[in-house]
Design a protein around this ligand. Sequence first.
Ligand code: ZN
Length: 97
Amino acid sequence: MSQAVDIELERDRELRVTYDDGVVATFPILSLRRSCPCAGCRGRREQSLDPYPADSVSAVEAELHGNWGIAIRWSDGHDTGIYAWEHLRRWWDAHLE
Ligand SMILES: [Zn+2]
């Protein structure tokens, strides 16, 4: 189980997560928005529809969900995705190193 011990959000640039094993993972804001884990966005991706209509996006607000993850409200009004630390870590390990 990957726990986040430090979180830094640069609203128009990236989310930086430090995990309890010392790994620092950075996620570009645009990639985060495009990979929104909510059911609606997942469905759109499965149909190869762009889940993300704007040309640029930034994080307006973020709310921590305990030890579990972070919810982000985007400048395009979308706010139903909750990004689990565990999920982000798997994504980081698989694609971004
Ligand atoms: Zn979504």
